[in-house]
Design a binder for this molecule. Structure first.
Ligand SMILES: NC(=O)c1ccc[n+]([C@@H]2O[C@H](COP(=O)([O-])OP(=O)(O)OC[C@H]3O[C@@H](n4cnc5c(N)ncnc54)[C@H](OP(=O)(O)O)[C@@H]3O)[C@@H](O)[C@H]2O)c1
Length: 313
């Protein structure tokens, strides 16, 4: 049973139409405002970070899985070649990290504005519809077609690049998590020390129970403020490629989807559209992000680090 008759799964004509629209979706160039992360704003349309990431990213891989489970039979494909399954698997591996593990692993996440959430959801649905339909029926679905589309050495090279990118993306995401973990641990130690000092003062006696409970209440408020500060704590990351650029996690994600394109073959239009849209949506964010680092920490501290492409930007 179709989720939306003719569209999900898409007919061939609708697939062509959606793919054409997806190939020309470049709105982020036009807008400098970006209501998430470092540049998030206070708004009643904000969605808590974890909930936003899970709900905007998960529909992508769920859509792809749905299409790959329903479309082949409907198009007379009894057994999808292994290449289709492997590529579908790579997509699911990446997005189950991004939609489930990533929000759970992050020590803290800034809220995301509803508009950014909606744009990311559209990105996911368009991308998964195009890639999923190509992998299920409208791309190569026989061994012979794959031999022409992407010979084995090319497929293996693409997969290797994908995994290097995935590992690099995780490693640099982890470095950012580590900064927040260190800040939270430092803040906890400070709070424990303060509680110890308060106890000593109270045991030293003389100040009376009302003033000691006031001290404890003040410490509690300070503790909450400090915990909130640790959640919004930023520093210049140093590990791995952060020495040379400020957004290596983005750069590595591009390597992943370039690897996917290499494996899928140079004529895979949905993989091209995905890569181009990733670059187009993340590049301005990285360039603006570098400006943010310079304003916050000063040009000296940022030094010669590039935003995202060493030697270029
Ligand atoms: N944004 C996009 O358009 C986009 C598109 C596709 C894929 N992705 C992928 O999604 C992942 C996250 O992207 P993002 O745009 O949210 O990246 P980001 O702005 O670098 O933030 C990543 C996480 O690290 C924290 N963080 C960032 N810089 C920090 C610093 N200097 N010190 C301490 N903590 C810091 C952020 O906290 P706060 O939330 O509190 O700022 C956030 O939780 C990346 O791996 C990226 O490749 C992003």
């Amino acid at each position: 049973m179709a989720v939306i008759e003719g569209w999900l799964p898409p007919t061939r004509a609708h697939y062509d139409l959606v793919l054409r629209a997806w190939q020309f979706a470049f709105p982020p160039w036009l807008v400098r405002w970006y209501g998430m992360g470092k540049t998030s704003v206070a708004s009643r349309f904000n969605i808590p970070g974890r909930v936003a990431w899970m709900t905007m990213e998960a529909p992508g891989f769920l859509t792809l899985l749905y299409l790959m489970n329903t479309m082949p039979a409907a198009h007379g494909v009894d057994d999808l070649p292994w290449q289709n399954r492997v590529l579908g698997g790579l997509f699911v591996i990446h997005y189950s990290y991004r939609a489930i593990m990533y929000p759970l692993l992050q020590p803290s996440m800034a809220p995301i504005h509803g508009l950014v959430w909606a744009a990311a959801l559209c990105f996911q649905l368009l991308n998964a519809t195009c890639l999923g339909a190509w992998l299920s029926a409208y791309g190569p679905v026989t061994a012979d077609a794959w031999a022409a589309q992407s010979p084995l050495p090319q497929f293996a090279l693409g997969m290797a690049l994908f995994y290097v990118g995935l590992a690099g993306n995780f490693f640099h995401d982890e470095e950012l998590r580590e900064i927040r973990r260190r800040a939270a641990a430092k803040q906890q130690r400070r709070q424990q020390q303060q509680q110890g000092n308060n106890k000593q003062r109270t045991n030293g006696g003389g100040s009376g129970s009302s003033s000691s409970s006031k001290t404890a209440a003040a410490a509690n408020i300070n503790g909450k403020d400090a915990a909130a500060a640790a959640n919004h704590y930023y520093e210049i990351p140093q590990a791995g490629l952060f020495r040379y650029m400020l957004y290596p996690h983005y750069f590595c994600e591009w390597a992943e989807w370039l690897g996917f394109l290499v494996a899928a073959g140079w004529t895979c239009a949905p993989a091209w559209a995905f890569l181009v849209n990733e670059v187009v949506s993340m590049l301005p964010r990285a360039v603006n992000g570098r400006r943010w680092y310079v304003e916050r920490f000063g040009a000296d501290k940022v030094g010669k680090r590039w935003a995202i492409i060493p030697g270029v930007l």
